[in-house]
Write a protein that binds this ligand. Structure first.
Ligand code: NAD
Length: 299
């Protein structure tokens, strides 16, 4: 029988990811600081612990799925963090999108305890998390990749080794900068088309068979009524929060500055999502940039 796997962070992504581990027959021991998230998860048959340290006492393989760098630092190195009780030889996989510098620091701290750390951020959104077909971008010691892959394939259909610790984050940051830009572009184009008298469903259909097609237009269209089962069909609830997208664009800015790389559109996208956060969209899905553009109109 399979040994327990720890899972910390049961939010929009963590919850369906952990449920896929349960489906594959892994006993999951979980923790989240938000009691509601734990309760829902417990009802689905998993065991909930009182702290990350307690999870580490029970499981020698742990996945973390947290909002941002400070949360990850807290969960690993905090007063009741994983490192307080981590067993030697444990495999700790962080799937949160965080600063690659922080991933490297966490890897060092984990190594000191005789355990292994890998960064394995994901792409795909909550739909892919539920369906178990996420893409994982994995950084860390290559000899440990197969052990990580065994768990990650329960939640994703693409598990890609990127290189040393932090390179998974690097790949993820590039992807999300492109996604942020393409979502704003899709929202702008869809809105212009609507103003020009086109039916949004028809316009989406045309874009999706033309050279403007992208994930934001064909899988996650931001215009309410164009697609079902996406945040735009549900008042932009759930999905990928605008604060999280602004965080990822901030990471792109930091890493671009450090490497003297020009990212002018990434920079503009960062400012747009930050403005959205200040205008009440912080907890809405990032595709609400369509709604934000409509508000900026001067009719
Ligand atoms: P979320 O905010 O829905 O969930 C995060 C969970 O972590 C929450 O339940 C929160 O209570 C918990 N948490 C925060 N601090 C904690 C702590 N100290 N201890 C225990 N639990 C703690 O976020 P999400 O949408 O699930 O995203 C998680 C990560 O995945 C983020 O880094 C995000 O950028 C990334 N991501 C999200 C998506 C998406 O579509 N939502 C897609 C790819 C990657």
């Amino acid at each position: 029988s399979k040994t327990p796997v720890g899972f910390i962070g049961l939010g929009n992504m963590g919850n369906p990811m952990a449920k896929n581990l349960v489906k594959h027959g892994y006993p999951v021991v979980a923790f989240d600081i938000f009691p509601e998230a734990c309760k829902e998860f417990q009802d689905s048959g998993a065991q909930v612990m009182d702290s990350p340290a307690d999870v580490a006492e029970r499981a020698d393989r742990i996945i973390t799925m947290l909002p941002s760098s400070p949360n990850a630092v807290e969960v690993y190195t905090g007063a009741n963090g994983i490192l307080k009780k981590v067993k030697k030889g444990s495999l700790l996989i962080d799937s949160s999108t965080i600063d690659p510098t922080v991933s490297k620091e966490l890897a060092k701290a984990v190594e000191k305890m005789g355990a292994v750390f890998m960064d394995a951020p994901v792409s795909g959104g909550v739909g892919a998390a539920r369906a178990g077909n996420l893409t994982f971008m994995v950084g860390g010691v290559e000899q440990e990749f197969d052990a990580a892959k065994e768990l990650l394939t329960c939640m994703g259909s693409n598990v890609i080794y990127c290189g040393e610790v932090g390179t998974g984050q690097a790949a993820k940051i590039c992807n999300n900068m492109l996604l942020a830009i393409s979502m704003i572009g899709t929202a702008e184009a869809m809105n212009l088309g609507i103003r020009l008298g086109l039916d949004p469903k028809l316009l989406a259909k045309i874009l999706n068979m033309s050279s403007g097609r992208c994930w934001s237009s064909d899988t996650y269209n931001p215009v309410p009524g164009v697609m079902e089962g996406v945040p735009s069909a549900n008042n932009f609830q759930g999905g990928f929060g605008t604060t999280l997208m602004a965080k990822d664009l901030g990471l792109a800015q930091i890493t671009a500055t450090n490497t003297k790389t020009p990212v002018p559109l990434g920079s503009l996208a960062h400012q747009i999502y930050r403005m959205m956060c200040a205008k009440g969209y912080a907890l809405k899905d990032f595709s609400a940039v369509f709604q934000f553009l409509r508000e900026e109109e001067n009719l």
